[in-house]
Ligand binder design. Structure first.
Ligand code: MG
Length: 281
């Protein structure tokens, strides 16, 4: 009796294993030389394109990460590596007069030639942007007059750069604010003269056939590794003392712009990863 039960069990196990092997074989991608992975007898995900655990869904692209976090990964477009401004221009399309020394670029002193905002020659839409900046030490001025610059996505949407170390100003104008719209969640500030990082994930706005905005510009950002904006929407291109709106723009791509606000601000290690819209569809 006991022997019969054992035999029955063994037979069942063998049958189940054979079924599992059959199912696996059915799911194998024929001819690609890879071991079978995934399932095709699972429910469809919303959108109707892929099964849950679909074996045929494209693999994520391999990207070589940098040896140190903050350095450009393998697929980044390096906009400034500390050597020259060959990837930058001034507002008129001429070479920029910003100073390059000691591995950083700097806004020229007020009253000298070569100042003005600086723009990347290349244009970008959705992107991941890394910027390092240092505010002047010793600091000069107060409020918006101290260590002011800005990172403008599409050349239009300001992510504020300011010395926010013991420097009171209006909250929607402090460092890491969506200027004139939304203060940062917190102020993870470093003192004047020290290098600070912005890691900005930006989704460009979308516009419908009627020209009206169908999805606003969205930003998520970390300052010195701390979350400062979480999927926050811009009301429109940034301005001063006005309410932003999308009335006058339909741009979905543009340059990265750093602002010359009259303070000798420094930037280094600037890189960007353009983000395709449909990478994972
Ligand atoms: Mg500014």
């Amino acid at each position: 009796m006991k022997t019969n039960s054992l035999l029955l069990c063994l037979t069942l196990v063998a049958a189940l294993s054979a079924n599992a092997a059959d199912a696996k074989k059915k799911d194998a991608k024929k001819g690609d030389g890879h071991a079978a992975v995934g399932y095709t007898d699972t429910p469809m995900l919303p959108g109707g394109k892929w099964h849950v655990h679909d074996p045929d869904r494209p693999q994520p692209r391999v990207v070589e990460p940098a040896k140190e976090v903050g350095q450009p990964p393998g697929d980044a477009v390096v906009l400034f590596d500390g050597k020259d401004l060959s990837n930058w221009r001034d507002a008129k399309g001429n070479p920029s007069g910003w100073i390059v020394e000691h591995g950083y670029m700097q806004v020229p002193p007020r009253g000298t030639t070569g100042g003005g905002d600086i723009f990347s020659k290349q244009e970008f839409g959705d992107c991941q942007l890394h910027v390092e900046f240092a505010t002047p030490n010793p600091p000069e001025g107060d409020s918006q007059g101290r260590g002011n610059s800005g990172v403008f996505l599409l050349g239009l949407y300001e992510f504020q750069v300011l010395d926010s170390y013991n420097n009171r100003t209006y909250a929607d104008g402090t460092a890491a604010a969506l200027y004139g719209q939304m203060p940062p969640l917190v102020n993870p500030v470093r003192p004047p003269g020290e290098w600070q990082t912005y890691d900005i994930i930006f989704t460009a706005p979308r516009f419908g056939a009627d020209g009206k905005v169908s999805q606003p510009a969205i930003v998520t950002a970390l300052r010195n590794g701390v979350l400062v904006q979480n999927h926050e929407a811009y009301l429109g291109p940034s301005g001063h003392r006005n309410l932003a709106s999308y009335d006058k723009t339909k741009a979905t791509a543009g340059p990265i712009k750093f602002q010359d606000h009259g303070n000798p601000m420094r930037f280094r290690n600037v890189w960007i990863r353009p983000l395709p819209e449909t990478d994972r569809n």
